[in-house]
Ligand binder design. Structure first.
Ligand code: RFL
Ligand code: PHB
Length: 384
């Protein structure tokens, strides 16, 4: 087989890139290790920056998002029960869209016309410094696809970054000593807004997917096992970490999904290796506290998509040459914000009383300073 671009991974990055390319008439094949239902079963992000909303609109994948997504004009922070409202519209004149990653993925899958090969096993990248090609096997048969470019959109554990010689890539990493235990439940959200809560027992987040479906998280130790958390234990712990009025209003029920995600900050540099480009979680990870991961992935592919289109249709390499530097500038700003939100809101066992008082002072500063709230809002809704 031959195509112009082989995209590894059918997560939001790979599917959005595939769509941007096909709209411009560039031929691409997506290779995905898992089945489509498996990809759709992963419960992840919930918040889209407006830039992501506009990208999905441009991709022609925005209709259901506008019909079913929830526009949020602000968010709430709480610290030991004291509540702070961050009004995005007032502070920065922008909003975010609450719409699950599962739905974004489904919309992109539905609209795709090009070929996606699911359950592609043993994907391998070859000769990406020269004439690139990708091999894989499916149902016991080996295949080869020759191409002009390879886009590594295969997530943190993917094969693309792993194919690079260690000397070619620098990595920067911080692993946090905790994870998030998340529960999805068919009950109305406890609050119209998301609530990011700091409590001495640990962080908690009240999020939502629709007027009837909620997503809640609590900070747990890094080595915690999901089996140790019955629904009752989860709801009891969540209630303890919320202010009393919110805890009182919380509607609980049987969980329809429950999982633990580790928290890490990670960046690989550069993002281009000859004809191979990394995008999304394959290149960087943020802790979910700033709601940035999916948005960064979409930001990467917006840049990469135009760069590849320019290269293939106009013969101009300016976009592919500058992709890494331009994308990394935005990535590091989101890394900083996600690290900062994580540092403000979680309990860090090792920092002791000094660390907690610094966190309290940071929260009090936010309460008292419009400039501080504006900075938070500007980053949360997404930097230009
Ligand atoms: P994905 O979604 O991991 O997709 C990569 C795809 O590549 C496939 N793959 C392979 N295919 C072929 N061959 C191989 N060898 C392969 N290896 C892997 C995988 O099966 C998969 O289908 O990466 P992508 O597309 O870069 O998208 C990134 C986002 O998924 C991620 O950043 C977000 O989910 C992060 N995130 C959040 N981001 C936000 O913007 N807002 C949020 O509110 C938010 N909340 C979250 C989150 C992530 C979470 N977890 C579980 C990590 C909340 C959580 C709990
Ligand atoms: C979610 O709804 O899953 C979600 C929302 C906001 C975050 C992280 C996760 O910061």
């Amino acid at each position: 087989m031959r195509t112009q671009v082989v995209i590894i991974g059918a997560g939001p990055a790979g599917l959005a890139l595939g769509r941007l390319l096909e709209q411009a008439g560039v031929d691409a094949i997506i290779l995905e290790r898992k089945s489509a239902p498996y990809v759709l079963g992963r419960i992840r992000a919930g918040v889209l920056e407006w830039g992501s909303v506009e990208l999905l609109d441009r991709a022609g994948a925005g209709a259901r998002m506008h019909a079913e997504g929830l526009v949020h004009h602000g968010t709430a922070l709480s610290f030991d029960g004291d509540r702070l409202h961050i009004d995005f519209t007032d502070l920065v004149g922008k909003q975010v869209m609450v719409y699950g990653q599962t739905e974004v993925t489904r919309d992109l899958m539905d609209i795709r016309q090009g070929t996606t090969i699911y359950e592609a096993e043993d994907v391998q990248l070859h000769d990406f410094d020269g004439k690139p090609w990708v091999s894989y096997s499916k149902d016991g048969t080996s295949h080869r696809i020759d191409c002009d470019f390879i886009a590594g959109c295969d997530g943190y554990h993917g094969v693309s970054r792993a194919s690079l010689p260690a000397s070619a890539v620098s990595t920067f990493e911080r692993v946090y000593p905790f994870g998030w235990l998340g529960v999805l439940v068919d009950k109305p959200p406890v609050d119209p807004e998301l609530i990011y809560a700091h409590h001495e027992r640990g962080f908690a987040l009240c999020s939502q997917r629709s007027p009837t479906r909620s997503r809640y998280y609590v900070q747990v130790a890094a080595d915690e096992k999901v089996e140790a958390w019955s629904d009752t234990r989860f709801w009891d712990e969540l209630r303890r970490r919320l202010d009393p009025q919110t805890a009182e209003r919380l509607e609980t029920g049987p969980s329809i999904e429950k999982s633990i995600a580790p928290l890490r900050s990670f960046v690989a540099e550069p993002l281009r290796f000859g004809k191979l480009f990394l995008a999304g979680d394959a290149a960087h990870i943020v802790p979910p506290t700033g709601a940035k991961g999916l948005n960064l992935a979409l930001g990467d592919v917006a840049l990469l998509g135009s760069a590849l289109i320019e290269a293939l249709q106009e013969g101009s390499t300016a976009g592919v040459d500058s992709y890494s530097v331009r994308a990394l500038e935005r990535i590091w700003k989101a890394e900083r914000f996600s690290w900062w939100m994580t540092s403000l809101l979680h309990v860090f066992p090792e920092t002791g009383g000094f660390g907690r008082r610094i966190q309290r002072a940071e929260f009090d500063y936010l309460m008292g300073s419009r400039a501080a709230r504006q900075s938070l809002a500007e980053n949360y809704v997404g930097l230009p």
